[in-house]
Design a protein around this ligand. Structure first.
Ligand code: 1GP
Length: 245
């Protein structure tokens, strides 16, 4: 399995990709089976696992549990090095390029190498751009970085392009989990124009309208966590809309 190749192929054929995010800190083991059954009934393509503040070992435990019920590839979306586990299929090797904290630009990555040597994880270098959403997010707190202003679209687009030029193979535009305002269509469009690598968008997407707006603006993959955690009927809504197409 080459997950990045699959993502690229999907992008070339204009497929809209969906990732469901599971935060190991928020999901208990016994909730996994019913949750994954709902995921399986939709056309989700990937399961992301990660969070800003996750107890050590919790990621590995939850990934093992997910694998009992899911066929979808599992990608670690780590808030910290401790979340790396060989039980997943791939790792988004995130650089927080909206911030200027060297730990999240290179420090944690150096720490990760020892762990990665003992895994078969596919490592996907990903530029991660945090955009201000109306309230403080956990990424901001944990990383001690400021999100980028929503108004400074040119700088956001330049940051994304700089990430691509540095060799990052995907760009993730993040409003933050539970964001009040998702990343705007204008920002997504401007960033998309600059990029040749796949574009991921997430944070605060809770309705089908917002989901479609993100795709129509150029997102190749959308990540949804909170909407599914808080209201599992969103799965049914999504499934229905996918059947209608
Ligand atoms: C968070 O982008 C993801 O890192 C998903 O955000 O939980 O708001 O869907 P939500």
């Amino acid at each position: 399995m080459n997950i990045y190749q699959d993502i690229q192929n999907a992008v070339f054929s204009n497929k809209r990709l969906l990732a469901v995010l599971i935060d190991p800190d928020k999901m208990r083991a016994e909730q996994v089976e019913p949750f994954i059954k709902k995921v399986n009934a939709t056309k989700a393509n990937y399961i992301f696992v990660g969070g800003s503040e996750v107890e050590e070992q919790a990621t590995e435990r939850i990934v093992s549990e997910i694998k009992k019920f899911a066929q979808l590839p599992i990608l670690i979306f780590p808030g910290d090095v401790t979340q790396i586990t060989n039980k997943a299929n791939a790792l988004l090797f995130l650089s927080l390029i909206s911030g200027r904290n060297s730990d999240y630009l290179i420090g944690k990555h150096v720490e990760a190498v020892k762990k990665l040597k003992n895994t078969n994880l596919e490592v996907i270098p990903t530029g991660y751009i945090l955009i201000e959403n109306g309230k403080q997010t956990s990424v901001e707190k944990v990383s001690h970085t400021k999100p980028m202003s929503r108004d400074n679209i040119q700088e956001i687009a330049d940051t994304a392009k700089a990430g691509e030029l540095l060799g990052m193979r995907m760009i993730y535009l993040e409003a933050g989990s539970g964001a009040l305002h998702p990343v705007t269509e204008e920002i997504i469009k401007s960033v998309k124009q600059e990029l040749t690598v796949p574009l991921i968008v997430g944070g605060g997407i809770r309705t089908l309208d917002k989901l479609n707006a993100a795709y129509n603006s150029g997102a190749n993959m959308v990540v949804i966590g909170t909407a599914f955690e808080e209201d599992e009927t969103f799965f049914d809504e999504l499934k229905k809309s996918q059947e209608d197409k």
